[in-house]
Design a protein around this ligand. Structure first.
Ligand code: DHB
Ligand code: MG
Length: 232
């Protein structure tokens, strides 16, 4: 076996690896995304929360390969992931994104317009669970991306199941949280929220309603994971 196979590694190394990969695969002179990240920081939005460029592009590619037209996002922040996703959505598609914080929503709107995606995206300001409960879309969503307060993940996921079409995809960010989720001595409400979601997913899958898997990730955002679920 390669001597490095079982060696400990660190966020420094993960970040280097990610940067190296991105230098071949992701446009590093994307002025729009650069503007958006800077604009978000200058308005005081947290910089450690948006998805990484690689994750944004992964969502973008998924939308293209699955032929997704309608996306629901829970947690807009500054619109970074929304922009990656909306770029892949065809002209007759739509992204609806939910944000609690009015300042974040205002910055996201500015960013989305700057990206030329204002017509494809709708931001709904308010508590996401309430908004989701009130949504009665004529056509269900093809994909839901959940990336908001982790304590509410179980209830977001329950609504996402209702709002996504059969065969549709629900993706959930941050399901490992630096290893906190599987360390049962950690019991903050966000970590507990993700644990509850996993327990509910186990039940959903035993009832044949959901099939899901987690892809653990390491990189500039630390040790975390993307959960990928399909509604059956
Ligand atoms: C946090 C939230 C996120 O969605 C994320 O991707 C990283 C960190 C946070 O709340 O700290
Ligand atoms: Mg996240």
């Amino acid at each position: 076996m390669d001597p490095r196979a079982n060696a400990p590694s660190s966020i420094v190394e993960w970040t280097e690896a990610e940067k190296y990969q991105n230098s071949f695969l992701i446009d590093e002179e994307d002025d729009t995304l650069e503007f958006i990240l800077k604009n978000s920081i200058s308005h005081g939005l947290p910089s450690h929360m948006p998805v990484s460029a690689g994750e944004g592009k992964f969502l973008n590619l998924l939308i293209k390969c699955l032929g997704v037209k309608r996306v629901l996002e829970v947690g807009t922040l500054g619109g970074y992931s929304a922009i990656w996703m909306a770029r892949a959505i065809p002209e007759d598609g739509k992204l609806v994104t939910l944000e609690l914080n009015e300042t974040y929503a205002q910055v996201a709107k500015e960013n989305i317009v700057q990206a030329g995606l204002g017509d494809k995206c709708q931001i709904i300001v308010g508590p996401a669970h309430e908004t989701m409960t009130n949504l009665q879309p004529e056509i269900p969503f093809d994909m839901v991306f959940i990336d908001a307060d982790k304590k509410s993940y179980p209830k977001y996921f329950r609504e996402a199941k209702r709002l996504v079409k059969k065969g549709g995809v629900i993706i959930v960010d941050n399901v490992i949280r630096y290893g906190n989720v599987h360390d049962e001595s950690v019991n903050d409400e966000n970590t507990v929220g993700i644990r509850k979601l996993l327990a509910e997913l186990k039940e959903d899958s035993s009832k044949g309603e959901i099939e899901a898997t987690t892809i653990p990730t390491v990189g500039e955002k630390g040790f975390d994971g993307f959960l990928y679920a399909i509604r059956k």
